[in-house]
Design a protein around this ligand. Structure first.
Ligand code: FAD
Length: 438
């Protein structure tokens, strides 16, 4: 039989601060267990950020799961939470509600290739369970009352609840309603927050000739090195060169490590390999071939960058030749007249630049361009089997607000859904228990 809640039920129910991926999942799970749930969000509509995910297609999880894809100060705790509602469970959750999925080498999307499918599935499931989705409600603070209940304060008004789930996200992507309020709410309950930093974000680097190749996209590998030349992280994929630094999925993938290292006072070099499919020796052979072919078939006043454009876009060829030793304006004629030894030196220098292009990382494009937040509320102080604050019964937390972040590939939504599931389930059990005593 359908449950009918009146206002009193909601006052004795669960208030969720934030109607994003984790808050909506928590709402669906808690209400499925019979709790009366209200979700508050400052945006008019719920799940605004979900609509932006995966370029509007929503890469909602990944079938390949291991802690190698996540960062946290407490990986064991994070892993335990992820295991409670894993990628298979997330897929089943959406399948059961009519979503057909698409598997792209483990990266999971709705077959519709539209993020609204995921957002609407969550909101419909919540509404079906009579969850009150309250948009345009900016929460100012959350307090615990003497009787153990909670007050959710808006400007000039407060709501009551028996339990609260903080699901207000991190600081990334303010345009979707997240500017770090959740951290203030958590701190007001005495919870420690590891300094939030942008993650999955383009990196800025010290001014470099590579800025002239802005707009070039190229398959490559980025490795981060510390001052002792120790490799901190590495990732391969499509690099995007810009007029401030580097971007693209592999750069997003190493950005967390780069920014945490800078925060810890470690200087960071981003070493680009712009031809990772070839060894240095193979590149030397390849370069010799194309320049000798150039000498044979091109007019001898042709610039070297036009010949190198057989491998790289011309803008980038120009930069690589400059970096190798100001060869960018040299005509083929000059190459033809070179001593054999000088020719080999030139090829070797060029190969080195191609495989070891070094940039000094200075920072990032900030939270506005970040897809997620690294750092946040430390898991070590929580009872993670319930996603609860042990010092404040009835207070639960989930999502990006916590000190867990993932690389690209659906890992951040997976964390939001796993932690939202545990928080929703635990909050509903808590409500059931205290209402049984009342
Ligand atoms: C452009 C972009 C693309 C992304 N693509 C992917 C992807 O393809 N796959 C993936 O796994 N992850 C992706 N992510 C990351 C992922 O979207 C987030 O990690 C995830 O949505 C976090 O869920 P959450 O519920 O913790 O927080 P959010 O989804 O950020 O939700 C928090 C909600 O709380 C609300 N809120 C905050 N403060 C208040 C307040 N004071 N009062 C009321 N409401 C408040 C906000 O309005 C917001 O709706 C992407 C992120 C961005 C920005």
């Amino acid at each position: 039989m359908e449950q009918v809640f009146d206002k009193k039920d909601y006052d004795n129910g669960i208030a969720i601060v934030g109607g994003g991926a984790s808050g909506l999942m928590a709402a669906v799970i808690a209400s499925s267990c019979g709790a009366a749930v209200r979700v508050f969000d400052r945006n008019a509509a719920m799940g605004a950020k979900i609509l932006a995910t995966g370029n509007g297609r929503c890469n909602f999880t990944n079938t390949k799961q291991s802690m190698d894809y996540y960062h946290s100060s407490d990986p064991k705790e994070a892993e335990a939470v992820l295991g409670r509602f894993d990628a298979r469970s997330v897929c089943r959750f959406f399948h059961d509600r009519g979503v057909v999925t698409l598997n792209r080498d483990g990266w999971m999307y709705p077959k519709s290739q539209t993020a609204t499918t995921i957002r609407d599935t969550l909101t419909r499931a919540a509404l079906k369970n009579q969850v009150k989705l309250l948009g345009n409600k900016e929460i100012r603070s959350v307090t615990r009352e003497e009787d153990g209940s909670y007050s959710i304060h808006l400007e000039g008004f407060s709501y009551k609840a028996r339990a609260v789930i903080l699901a207000a996200g991190g600081s990334a992507s303010k345009q979707h309603g997240t500017c770090g309020d959740g951290f203030s709410f958590a701190r007001s309950f005495g919870l420690s927050v590891k300094k939030p930093l942008p993650a999955l974000v383009p990196l800025t680097v010290k001014r470099d000739p590579l800025f002239h190749a802005a707009g070039v996209r190229i398959q490559g590998r980025v490795s981060l090195l510390n001052q002792e030349e120790k490799r901190l992280a590495t990732m391969e994929g499509q690099l995007q060169l810009t007029d401030y630094g580097i971007s693209g999925i592999p750069v997003f993938g190493v950005s967390q490590k780069a920014l945490r290292s800078l925060e810890d006072g470690i200087s960071v070099i981003a070493k680009l390999d712009l031809l990772p499919e070839l060894s240095s020796g193979e590149t030397v052979e390849q370069l010799e071939k194309i320049f000798l072919a150039g000498i044979r078939y091109d007019p001898l006043d042709t610039g070297l960058s036009s010949v190198l454009a057989g491998i790289f876009p011309e803008k980038l060829s120009h930069v690589l030749l400059k970096k190798a030793g100001n060869y960018e304006k040299m005509p083929l004629l000059a190459l033809q007249e070179m001593e054999e030894e000088d020719f080999h030196q030139f090829i070797k220098k060029l190969s080195k630049v191609i495989h070891h292009y070094r940039l000094t990382v200075t920072g990032s494009r900030g939270f506005d361009q970040a897809q997620t937040t690294s750092g946040g509320v430390l898991l070590s102080q929580l009872d993670v089997s319930h996603m609860a604050d042990p010092n404040h019964p009835g207070l639960f937390l989930c999502g990006e607000l916590l000190d867990v972040d993932g690389v690209c590939g659906g890992y951040n939504l997976q964390w939001a859904f796993s932690s939202g599931y545990v928080a929703g389930l635990s909050a509903s059990l808590y409500i059931r228990e205290i209402n049984a005593y009342d």
